[in-house]
Design a protein around this ligand. Structure first.
Ligand code: HMG
Ligand code: MG
Length: 288
């Protein structure tokens, strides 16, 4: 792959919608995912196989995966926090699963109801099961700069979880500024610590846009060699267990910035606009 090619990893249908308290009809989610797959996006996080008691918006994960007409060259991914999630994901032939850890103890407890150490123990069989079934495995580390409950987070804690996820077989680990509080100095500090140890081509940036810093943070990460960034159509999003984590980085803003700066994405702006237009009639913005 050319060094100026950037992969845009679309997380709108999952990270974008999970925080909305008005449940979006399954058919509307399917329509959005199918429209996103027309744009040239090769990676779409379609849903998550989590407890519906914890995240009611994702309760229709099976119906979503079964309902979408799939494009052959598109990877349809989903979050799987435990074996139950993986088993369900396998039953509907998801292409890629993600295990999601945190660099913050408090966020780990609030988000997945266990400590960091316990989460890594739980992820191990999920990772093994995914790889045995030839399903690609991605990892997330949340709170890579700050935590909504603990404040500042040490880069060393981020590295610890990142390495554990790579050791389990993740092909890529996405570094999450979950609450969107990082500025470029924070991202540089983090990457100065991580990149000498972990290959930047295997790291992704997942920068929430709460303070409007996400695009600048992508620009700060590109010179380190990161070539994958997560974003959500329409800038949808947030995490129900991260108060203040409002929007994800908007896919269209990301693609525009990349194009303006000479990066290639192979995405159709016209089709991204069409996918985004689907959201205009949805009852969005009803966060907890
Ligand atoms: P728990 O309550 O400790 O789990 O939750 P449990 O094993 O005791 O099960 C409780 C109930 O949930 C049981 O049902 C299970 O069957 C069910 P009951 O017997 O009471 O009827 N259950 C499930 N149902 C469906 N699918 C499953 C599943 N697992 C259990 N996979 C658990 C632990 C991990 C399940 C829970 O805490 C959970 O689902 N958490 C997910 C929270 C979440 O999705 N957060 C948002 C994603 S992370 C994020 O947004 C950050 C990210 O974007 C990066 C960034 O921005 O930094 C990735
Ligand atoms: Mg997120």
């Amino acid at each position: 792959m050319k060094d100026n090619f950037v992969t845009v990893y679309e997380v709108g249908p999952r990270d974008g919608l999970q925080n909305e308290s008005t449940v979006i009809p399954t058919n509307d989610k399917i329509m959005l995912i199918e429209a996103l797959a027309e744009t040239g996006l090769k990676k779409i996080e379609a849903t998550s196989f989590v407890s519906p008691k914890w995240v009611p918006q994702m309760a229709d994960a099976v119906a979503v995966m079964q309902g979408i007409k799939r494009q052959e060259n598109v990877t349809y991914a989903a979050l799987t926090p435990n074996m139950k999630g993986l088993e369900t994901a396998l039953s509907v032939a998801v292409d890629e699963v993600a295990i999601f850890g945190s660099a913050s103890e408090s966020f780990s407890q609030k988000n997945i109801n266990c400590s960091i150490q316990e989460s890594l123990k739980r992820f191990a069989p999920v990772a093994k099961g995914a790889l045995e079934n030839k399903i690609k495995l991605r990892g997330y580390v949340s709170c890579v700069v700050a935590c909504p409950y603990e404040g500042e987070i040490d880069a060393e804690a981020v590295l610890h979880v990142t390495q554990a996820l790579f050791d389990m077989g993740c092909y890529e680990v996405s570094l999450g500024d979950t609450i969107g509080s990082a500025d470029t100095a924070d991202i540089k500090r983090l990457l100065d610590y991580i990149v000498p140890i972990e290959q930047p081509s295997k790291l992704a940036g997942h920068f929430h846009d709460t303070k409007g810093n996400a695009l600048e943070n992508v620009k700060a990460a590109l010179p380190y060699g990161l070539r994958t960034f997560d974003s959500a159509i329409g800038g949808l999003g947030g995490c129900p267990y991260a108060p203040g984590a409002k929007g994800n980085l908007s896919t269209i803003s990301l693609v525009k910035m990349l194009k303006e700066n000479g990066w290639e994405t192979d995405l159709s702006m016209e089709k991204l606009e069409a996918a985004q237009a689907i959201l205009s009639s949805w009852p969005l913005g009803t966060h907890k």
